[in-house]
Design a protein around this ligand. Structure first.
Ligand code: NAD
Length: 716
């Protein structure tokens, strides 16, 4: 069997372990790889003539992408004692890297995260390539864990407690320059000089013996001033609380652990780390976040089709028509990925404004918080701003993002289609108009689909690729590949009102208004949603989206699903009073203060009172059930109608498109945790409220057969 690790000797006294997992794009630390490592360490430890041992990757641009999460998933139900043992085994194996009769060295080119970063910090020294892909970090908190193979005790000893806390509790990576500044790496060099640099550092260490003094020092406690510890603890804890709102226990657990264990000898710290991991591993939040990991992992590999023999065409140039909010965002994302793009708009001013925004957004530098001159010069020649249809029609992919009205869109297609090359794809960013309807007059409806971006495009990763009745598989595959190329996470959705995300948003938004009319307060409704983990409550969301937009979109949904959408007169009444939400300075809240902050508005209370049917009080659980059960029922209808290909698309779509809380694992994942039979019990008392609470045949069948949405209890 091909092995992942190989041992060679580039110089007589230098051992080199090369990690190259056969048949994979990235190196992953699985149990079998750890066993291989143990075997190689057995060999090199016997060699008393070695000055150094270098660990490097055989895959250029990627060092180690972490531990094998599939093995985590398989061990989720393991007893706590097994988790402790699992951590201790990993720690003791890596520890051998800093106890051997040689200077150990990690030569890092590319991503070095999780278990890979732990292996690296156990080495005596590290060197890193200046490849922009080189980064090092501990993203374990994103899986509801913290580093458990020694990272929490080793990292503070190398870079100081403050730096280590920031890296581990935020789960962000740092690049080579930042790693060098904090003393995590000894040298940063071009990738092809990495091995030479590693050997150079080894030789210098051998001469000074500094690494031996560090080994001695790092086996003891970290000396920290008690006041410094208190200060660090208080600031980090406030930041974590603000970030996690108490929904993600791992960062706080890491903080408490590290504050305690930095004062202990390393050996005791390691034991405490392993014991603490046993509390997090297998917890509901850990399991939910592992589900989200596999949702995104599957999405990365998904071609958008269930068959394998359809090839996606490469989009070499694109065009966007309509340079408003969405069109300029789509063009910027495309340009940023260095795909040549032509932009047009019927309105000259809109085009000038849009083009400026496209370039600024595409060349934005996150570090300097402004446009990057070098990037601007590189990208500007790829953007062409035009009024000529011929220039637009020369692109491989043309995305229409004009006004949301059927007729102008169809007129545009009739004018443009004859100019397009036969293999070009035409797509609409429409959020409400059925794709099949828009394709009605086209000569080549098979080359037409929806590519629905979300607002703001620069922040929202989700893209819905919508298949019309005649859209071809090649068109879908190409649209999916293009969306990925520009950094988005596409899901393929069947043609239907609201597609996926908006169709599931409506029952939830609708129910918030029904709850207001049934006596619940704005605050209680919003707080129930945010306690469930939503980034904001539905009432606040109304104000953000705009109440006029909500009324207009609500009409479309009410027309499509007249029995399920209750069109309350409350929102139209607010629109009539000029209460359009944040944009008009007042909606459900008033924004007429200096900072434009949301404030309660007694006039709204008065208006709601006129539409109130009841004044009863609701518990938080009742509010959560009222808001999320209609959403869930609608999702089961979409599965029945086969609007989505897979339950995982529903969950990913809601997490990336609506901010559905990752710690809940996804809507259907959440439902699986409750179970179909229990869900029916929860729905029963709500059934008299109307058909929107009518259990669907799918849910009833699942309850009768004891089935779950996810086939094996998780997304993997
Ligand atoms: P917008 O009003 O900001 O921009 C539309 C632009 O299209 C305007 O600049 C207008 O001058 C131009 N235009 C109108 N008719 C045209 C024509 N015939 N030819 C060329 N240009 C024309 O609108 P937007 O918010 O960017 O929405 C555009 C599309 O994206 C709509 O279909 C909308 O439903 C969809 N969408 C919007 C959002 C959102 O949140 N705004 C989200 C997803 C999808």
């Amino acid at each position: 069997m091909a092995t992942a690790l190989s041992l060679s000797f580039p110089q007589p006294d230098i051992g080199l372990i090369t990690f190259d997992l056969p048949g994979k794009g990235a190196n992953i630390l699985s149990r079998s790889v750890l066993d291989e490592l143990a075997g190689l360490l057995d060999q090199v430890e016997k060699r008393k003539d070695l000055a150094g041992l270098v660990v490097k990757s055989g895959k250029p641009g990627t060092f180690i992408a972490g531990a094998d999460i599939r093995e985590f998933l398989a061990s989720l139900g393991a007893p706590k004692s097994d988790v402790v043992a699992m951590c201790r085994r990993g720690q003791q194996l890596f520890q051998r890297l800093s106890n051997g009769p040689f200077v150990s060295m990690a030569a890092i080119d590319g991503i070095c995260v999780g278990g890979g970063a732990e292996l690296a910090v156990w080495c005596d020294r590290r060197v890193m390539s200046d490849n922009p892909k080189s980064e090092i970090g501990f993203p374990e908190v994103k899986l509801g864990l913290y580093p458990g193979w020694g990272g929490t005790s080793r990292a503070p000893r190398l870079v100081g407690l403050a730096n280590a806390l920031e890296m581990i509790t935020a789960g962000e990576t740092v690049d080579a320059r930042a790693a060098m500044t904090m003393g995590l790496v000894s040298d940063v060099v071009p990738a092809d000089k990495l091995l030479d640099a590693a050997i150079g550092v080894i030789r210098a260490e051998k001469q000074t013996g500094q690494y031996l003094m560090d080994r001695e020092r790092w086996s003891g406690p970290l000396v920290e001033e008690p006041t410094e510890l208190m200060f660090l603890g208080a600031t980090a804890s406030a930041m974590i609380q603000q970030e996690t709102k108490g929904n993600y226990p791992a960062p706080m657990a890491a903080l408490e652990l590290m504050l305690e264990t930095c004062q202990l000898p390393a050996e005791e710290a390691l034991q405490r780390e392993a014991e603490g991991m046993a509390q997090l591993f297998g917890s509901p939040v850990n399991a939910a976040l592992i589900n989200v990991f596999f949702l995104t992992d599957r999405n990365k590999r998904d071609t958008g089709l269930d068959k394998a023999n359809v090839a996606a065409a490469t989009i070499k140039s694109a065009a966007v028509i309509g340079s408003g909010i969405m069109g300029s965002g789509i063009a910027a994302a495309t340009l940023k990925s260095e795909v040549p793009i032509a932009l047009t708009d019927a309105n000259v001013d809109a085009l000038a404004k849009g083009a400026k925004q496209v370039l600024e957004e595409a060349a934005y530098n996150r570090k300097t918080k402004g446009p990057d001159l070098a990037k601007t010069l590189k990208l500007a020649p790829l953007l062409s701003v035009t009024h000529r249809d011929e220039e637009i029609a020369a692109a491989d992919l043309v995305i229409e993002a004009i006004i949301e009205k059927e007729e102008p869109k169809k007129e545009l297609y009739a004018r443009l289609e004859p100019l397009l090359r036969p293999e070009a794809i035409l797509a609409s960013n429409t959020s409400t108009i059925p794709i099949t309807k828009l394709a009605a007059g086209l000569k080549r409806p098979e080359r037409f689909c929806g590519i629905h971006f979300f607002n703001p495009v620069r922040r929202m990763k989700l893209v819905e690729v919508i298949r019309g009745a005649k859209t071809s598989d090649e068109t879908i595959a190409t649209a999916v590949a293009f969306a990925k190329r520009i950094g988005k996470s596409p899901i393929v959705v069947g043609d239907g009102p609201g597609f996926l995300v908006n169709r599931l948003l409506f029952p939830y938004m609708n129910e918030a208004i029904e709850l207001l009319c049934d006596g619940a307060s704005i605050k209680d409704i919003d707080r129930a949603a945010t306690a469930f983990g939503m980034p904001m409550g539905p009432i606040t969301l109304y104000d953000l989206v705009g109440l006029d937009t909500a009324v207009y979109a609500g009409l479309t949904m009410a027309k499509a699903f007249p029995d399920r959408i209750v069109s309350s007169p409350l929102v139209p009444a607010m629109v009539k009073q000029g209460r359009l939400g944040q944009k008009s300075g007042m909606g459900f809240f008033s924004y007429q203060n200096k900072k434009g902050r949301a404030e309660d508005d007694p006039a709204v209370e008065q208006l709601i009172t006129t539409y109130r049917r009841d004044t009863r009080k609701f518990s938080r659980d009742e509010l959560i059930n009222r808001l999320f059960l209609p959403m869930l029922l609608e999702a089961t209808r979409m599965l029945e109608e086969k609007i989505v290909r897979d339950v995982r698309d529903v969950d990913l779509g809601l997490i990336f498109g609506l901010g559905f809380p990752p710690f809940q694992g996804g809507l259907l994942y959440w439902a699986d945790r409750i179970g179909a039979a229990k869900l029916l019990e929860m729905i029963k008392p709500l059934e008299p409220l109307g058909p929107r609470f009518q259990p669907t045949p799918l849910l009833r069948e699942m309850a009768a057969k004891g089935r779950q949405f996810y086939p094996q209890g998780g997304a993997a």
